[in-house]
Design a protein around this ligand. Sequence first.
Ligand code: SF4
Length: 382
Amino acid sequence: MSTEAALIHAGNIQTHFAPQLIDWQRQHGRHNLPWQQNKTPYRVWVSEIMLQQTQVATVKGYFTRFMQHFPTVQSLANAKEDDVLALWAGLGYYTRARNLWRCAQMVMEEHAGQFPSSAEVLVTLPGIGPSTAAAIASICFGQRISILDANVQRVLARLLCFEHPVNTTTNKKILQECATKLLPSESLLRKDSKAMSTYTQGLMDLGASVCSIKQPNCIQCPVQALCLAKTQNKQTALPYKTPKTAKKQENWYFVWLENAGDILLMQRSKELNGSNVWSGLWCFPQLAQPWSAKAQPADAVYSVKHELTHKKLQLHIARQLVSNRKNAEQELHKLLKNKHPENAGVQFLWATPEQLVTLGLPAPISKLLCACKKHTNQASLL
Ligand code: SF4
């Protein structure tokens, strides 16, 4: 179906779509998620950032722990970056955590501790994209604006039988226009002050639990009578996407230097590691080449695979027991200085096993530690 036809269909079904979705959400939607209790812009914002790239089941525990430590935007703004990153460890995409922290500070400094109520202002804050801004503004402040995350793109592509790639800028704009046409009418919103919030939650619930990626449950769908993909039996063929380019493969080499049960760590940074991956987190020192100090050959080497959005990594770690901490640091320093002369002043931390847990290592590095533990039976390491 052409993009024009999709826009026309969105206009034709508008009067039915929103009311049906709202009724369904009230009867069958999700109402017990942690961020739906004691709903505030702060809690909705944190949940929305955590839910980017991460499943609801995983986010629930992280959200609850995060709220216990940082119950208000002020407490988050006053926190140390290290503490925020430690609570985020395992969720991945750490830029989200750093932006969350910076955004909290901006809300305190530039908005007197209150989240702006319009998507147009929210989107100017760090880490808040158009769809997240629309989610906060519509759920918390009733603004008439549509979210358009990957789930909603899929629902719309099917509902409107949109047979074009949904991941191009041009087509995303068309889908945004369609999404705007489908919004609850002004008169409905005047009669029902909670309708906009329920509508947005309904779209999220529909994408998450009914119109799923592999097996859309059309029999249970509240808008099945309006859905062109169902009529034409094209549900599982949609949405179309342009093929992704193959991920680059890389080997990353780490060294695990251990003395009296403590392990040497360094804080990652773009300057030191040449990328933003896990920036700000404590980690094993990363080298440009495998650890091969002549005086101290590695005792053992372990490897695990890990995928980033744009890379396939093979992570290798060489384990080395050392008797003298100063000598080990100097040896490592020399290797780092050769590769990164500007980082001659880098700081080391000899972490105890307890610190390894509280510092919040990147999840793949914890996985690497587990692989080592399995082989070495070093129960005290984790
Ligand atoms: Fe998705 Fe099926 Fe509902 Fe269409 S009818 S929106 S394909 S669940």
